[in-house]
Design a protein around this ligand. Structure first.
Ligand code: HMG
Ligand code: MG
Length: 300
């Protein structure tokens, strides 16, 4: 399988990033972040989540974010929805696309969504039926695909089981989440191959947290198998509130720098992206974790 010539980047900063910030970021800053990212060429945006505000207060302004966003045609604006209640709230707020999320281990499923894997999939049935009826595209996520904070090693076949279920239920593709960033390239390839053999590689995306600095190597390992969808967060924002010690997603500017250097198209302007990484980091009162953002700070 040849490395793809073009990669679709799903920008997760406004959701995965900001859901894990101790300070609640004002709605207008979230909206400006998303609009700036779209101006920089991002075409797939995780905008917010319609989860319980008791669990994730940082996303409590979900409807306002969706309402205030000036939307650009051709851009996917997506919100995470854990159940029918979240889906209905997302629809009421005019969300054009949603994502559901499950886990590859029972312990993580319990921590993240307070239910077993089977129960989480059952909750998605009515959501996916409603989405189908209303013509709303649904993406899926599987968490802890390369390791679990509570159960350790994760069998790739377990990841493949959940991935296959999500695709059979109607998800148009599945983001494979290395929630705690413990994956390494060969293990990632085994896991991607297990999933691809069930659903086809064109239905897979990768979502690496960079806790152990392995994300770029892991992305390259996935590209080598033909994966052409990569999730990342500007400035390396992010983490997961229910995965102790998890840090942010791989930084979008690090991914774009690597892909630019390999001649792989993303449609994203790297310099603009680096300016956004510094802008949002200034709002959060700390520098971006991204090496590329630091290296290019005085060159943009
Ligand atoms: P629960 O407490 O088991 O649910 O939560 P419940 O059905 O018993 O309801 C309890 C209360 O929550 C009720 O309110 C419901 O109305 C309300 P009360 O009667 O107590 O006032 N409720 C809701 N409110 C707003 N929106 C909703 C909703 N649903 C119920 N959608 C639930 C179950 C799943 C809702 C909860 O566990 C939850 O919201 N969890 C949040 C999980 C989360 O957001 N995690 C982070 C995102 S996933 C992630 O980051 C991983 C990813 O990046 C990939 C990777 O890195 O691996 C995607
Ligand atoms: Mg994540």
């Amino acid at each position: 399988m040849a490395i793809p010539k073009r990669v679709k980047i799903w920008e997760a900063g406004a959701r995965d990033g900001l859901q894990n910030e101790p300070a609640t970021v004002p709605t207008e800053v979230k909206v400006e972040l998303i609009e700036r990212l779209v101006d920089a060429g991002l075409q797939a945006i995780e905008a917010t989540s319609f989860v319980s505000p008791k669990w994730i207060p940082q996303m409590g302004d979900n409807s306002e974010v969706m309402a205030r966003l000036k939307r650009k045609p051709g851009v996917s604006y997506q919100a995470l929805t854990p159940n029918l209640k979240g889906f209905e709230a997302a629809m009421a707020a005019g969300t054009p696309e949603v994502a559901v999320f499950a886990a590859a281990t029972e312990s993580f499923s319990k921590r993240n969504t307070n239910c077993t894997i089977a129960e989480s999939l059952e909750r998605f049935e009515p959501l996916l039926a409603a989405a189908k009826q209303q013509g709303v595209p649904v993406r899926g996520f599987v968490s802890v695909v390369c390791g679990c904070p509570f159960e350790g090693e994760v069998d790739p076949e377990k990841v493949a089981d959940v991935t296959e279920r999500l695709v059979k239920m109607g998800c148009y593709d599945v983001g494979l989440g290395d929630t705690i960033g413990t994956g390494t390239p060969i293990k990632v390839q085994r896991m991607v191959e297990a999933c691809a053999s069930r659903v086809g590689v064109e239905k897979l995306g990768v979502h690496f947290h960079d806790t152990y600095g392995q994300a770029l190597a892991n992305i390259l390992a996935a590209l080598e198998l033909g994966v052409d969808k990569v999730d990342s967060s500007v400035g390396g924002l992010g983490g997961c509130p229910y995965a102790p010690g998890a840090t942010g997603n791989v930084a979008t500017e690090d991914v774009v720098y690597m892909l630019d250097g390999m001649g792989i198209e993303t449609g994203i302007d790297l310099k603009q992206l680096v300016r956004i990484a510094w802008w949002i980091s200034d709002h959060l009162g700390r520098p971006p974790v991204s090496r590329v953002a630091k290296a290019l700070k005085n060159k943009i």
